[in-house]
Ligand binder design. Structure first.
Ligand code: ADE
Length: 237
């Protein structure tokens, strides 16, 4: 999976990618992330990337030339990649979108700063806008990193065990994940469900499935409408 990220803060993106599962995936060549800084496409001595909004008002707006220069540089390196801007006004990102992009193989993410980007860049250079949810971040970098992480987990051989991604919440079955416990068997007087210590793998699998179903029904009942349920699941519910 190849990502391009347009950002004024490449160190922020690179720093976050230098830990854990993602850094191993990058080392092993399963994932590549290529940053492009609009500042490197600014024409003036001060490398200006923002200006005051026409019509007045607070804050600054990212100017079109440096931003489009950075996007075009990444487009040239990743010609098949959709170019997506991170904004609070976009379509809400979810696991279905993550699966779609993971299957596609390449993606360019454009992280804005300040009050926003000049609308002409969104119109001319961007294939779509995506939001993490109904809240406002100081910039798109944190959102871009969330998307790089969620998509990369779905790339083959990024996770140690392929079942991890299938069994995660919103995995192949469309349910929330079941709860998990580990050692010690008793912690501050609290034990763990006895079935998990039984060694009976079929019973454990059925019990976990029922916990996932019960949790989904309690917390996100609307997910059950599209979940892959069998006859035993229906009886349990
Ligand atoms: N940039 C600012 N707020 C955002 C959000 N909610 N999602 C994605 N990008 C953003």
């Amino acid at each position: 999976m190849r990502f391009g990220v347009v950002t004024l803060f490449p160190e922020m993106v690179e720093g976050a990618l230098s830990h854990g599962v993602l850094s191993r995936a990058i080392e092993r060549g399963r994932v590549a992330v290529d940053c492009e800084n609009p500042r490197d496409h600014a024409a003036d001595a001060h490398r200006t990337v923002d200006d005051r909004p026409f019509g007045g008002g607070p804050g600054m707006v990212m100017t079109p030339a440096p931003l489009s220069g950075a996007i075009r540089a990444l487009r040239a390196r990743l010609p098949a990649a959709p170019v997506v801007a991170l904004t609070p006004q976009g379509r809400t990102f979810d696991q279905g979108v993550a699966r779609h992009w993971a299957a596609h193989g390449s993606l360019v993410l454009v992280a804005g700063r300040y009050e926003g980007m000049d609308e002409r860049v969104l119109e001319q250079e961007i294939d779509g806008e995506v939001s993490l949810g109904d809240f406002v971040l100081s910039g798109g970098e944190v959102a871009a990193l969330a998307i790089v992480d969620a998509v990369s987990r779905l790339v083959p051989e990024v996770l140690g065990d392929a079942r991890s991604a299938e069994e995660d919440s919103f995995g192949d079955e469309g349910l929330l994940d079941c709860p998990h416990w580990t050692r010690p068997e008793v912690w501050e007087g609290h034990g763990v469900p006895a079935v998990l210590l039984s060694g009976d793998h079929a019973r454990i699998a059925r019990w976990r499935r029922e916990r996932a179903l019960a949790r989904t029904r309690a917390r996100r009942p609307e997910l059950l409408e599209d979940a892959a349920l069998d006859a035993a699941d229906e009886r349990f519910l």
